[in-house]
Every structure is written in structure tokens, then in C-alpha cells.
Unconditional design. Structure first.
Length: 103
């Protein structure tokens, strides 16, 4: 995937999150995120959202890319139709659900 396409995808993803009302945390700069995605070290957030089945939830409240002990993970906060906030963590490399629960 070329750099311009990656930049467009990231811009669209963050724009969609902002329109949905989700704060975008910049713990990792956009250039670093793009580099990690291009190298295959992490999956795009878009792929993680598909895995999270976020359609079951009313709203994405927040999405973070974090790193702990050399392992990248996405942390999502989602609001369900009953108004309950859920936190889900996904391995950013494999997309595997690491844990989840109510906030």
C-alpha cells in the first residue's frame, strides 16, 4: 500500500471517529501509526472495529493505541443501547480480543 493511500485511509478513519463523537488520542503520532501499519506490526483500527462488532454498540466513545512491554494494543470504549460503557482491548498485531468489561 503506498504512503498516499495510507495517509488517506488514516485521515478518513480519524474523520469518521471525530464525526461519531469519539475522541482520538494521539499517544502515538500519525507518522508512527502509519509506519507500524505499513510494516505489518499493527492492523488498521478499521479492522479492529470490524472485529469488535461495534455495530452492536450505539457509539464509539474513544479509541487508543497503546504499548505495554513491547506489545501494541487498541483500547476501545463503546456505549451500548442501554447506556452501558464497555472497554475492550485488542492485540493490535493479531486483532485478538485481549479482555473486555464494563468501565
Amino acid at each position: 500500500m503506498n504512503a498516499q493511500l495510507v495517509k488517506s485511509v488514516l485521515a478518513g478513519m480519524f474523520a469518521a471517529m471525530l464525526l461519531a463523537g469519539a475522541p482520538v488520542r494521539a499517544d502515538h503520532g500519525h507518522d508512527e501509526v502509519r509506519r507500524l501499519q505499513e510494516s505489518g506490526k499493527i492492523l488498521p483500527l478499521e479492522d479492529i472495529l470490524k472485529e469488535a462488532h461495534w455495530q452492536r454498540y450505539r457509539r464509539l466513545l474513544e479509541a487508543d493505541l497503546n504499548r505495554h512491554q513491547g506489545r501494541y494494543y487498541y483500547e476501545l470504549e463503546l456505549l451500548d443501547e442501554r447506556g452501558v460503557v464497555w472497554r475492550k482491548r485488542f492485540d493490535a498485531t493479531s486483532g485478538e480480543l485481549m479482555n473486555h468489561g464494563r468501565k
